[in-house]
Design a binder for this molecule. Structure first.
Ligand code: LAC
Length: 226
């Protein structure tokens, strides 16, 4: 078997909503407000990365994540001090891996695939999380969008990953829980697999995912059956 699997990190191998525990401990506010801050944080983090790409500007994803948090706190009238903000931000180094993440990476490696992360995260934040989540021993490569100083879904990011992995782009497959990422990979010519955990409807733009499953394990079943 040849080819490379490129896993998105945030929202695919690791659960970004696991920051809610840290938000709750640090902010000491009701659960409904914690959930609202988490949702605003994640959506602004992504929007800021897209916006920077369109503006032809770049900041490492850790800084983008910090700016998203600052916005989310302000939007919900919260103003923790600098120490508490750092404590909350550091939750991104300790996100919970999805329960089937390690097993999925192992099954693909055993089948002869190159197994990598392809993420908008900057290299140091990806290394810290891969280490903390116990993923690093199961990865051949960690490829960061930082190498081309723009963000997915810009085609350069997917093209750079294929080059780094020594594969043709059509022999790589992005596995992502983020539908916009799957659309970007497909548009760039990469194979795709969408981990649709929330049973969302199909996206109205971008190529249809080649594989769609409810879990990482489901994606692996489909890849190995291919
Ligand atoms: C990733 C996020 C942004 O690229 O989903 O890992």
């Amino acid at each position: 078997m040849t080819g490379a699997l490129c896993f998105d990190m945030y929202g695919t191998l690791c659960d970004t909503s696991s920051v809610t525990d840290r938000l709750a401990e640090t902010l000491d506010v009701p659960g409904g407000l914690v959930d609202a801050v988490e949702r605003t944080w994640r959506s602004r983090q992504l929007e800021y990365s897209f916006q920077l790409s369109l503006m032809d500007a770049y900041e490492p994803f850790w800084e983008v994540t910090r700016r998203g948090l600052d916005y989310a706190l302000a939007a919900h009238d919260l103003d923790p001090d600098a120490t508490d903000r750092e404590t909350i931000l550091a939750a991104y180094d300790e996100l919970a891996p999805y329960p089937d993440a390690v097993d999925s990476l192992e099954r693909l490696a055993d089948a002869g695939y190159t197994v990598s992360v392809l993420s908008n995260g900057n290299p140091s934040m990806l290394e810290r999380l891969a280490d903390d989540a116990g993923l690093d021993a199961h990865l051949d490569e960690i490829v960061s969008a930082d190498e081309v100083r723009t963000f997915k879904p810009s085609p350069e990011v997917y093209e750079n990953a294929a080059q780094r992995l020594g594969e043709l782009i059509e022999d790589c497959r992005l596995v992502s829980g983020n539908a916009w990422d799957v659309a970007g990979a497909g548009a760039a010519g990469m194979g795709t697999a969408w981990v649709n955990r929330r049973r969302d409807p199909p996206e109205a733009i971008g190529p249809t995912p080649e594989i769609e499953a409810r879990s990482l394990s489901g994606v692996v079943d489909a890849v190995l059956a291919d």
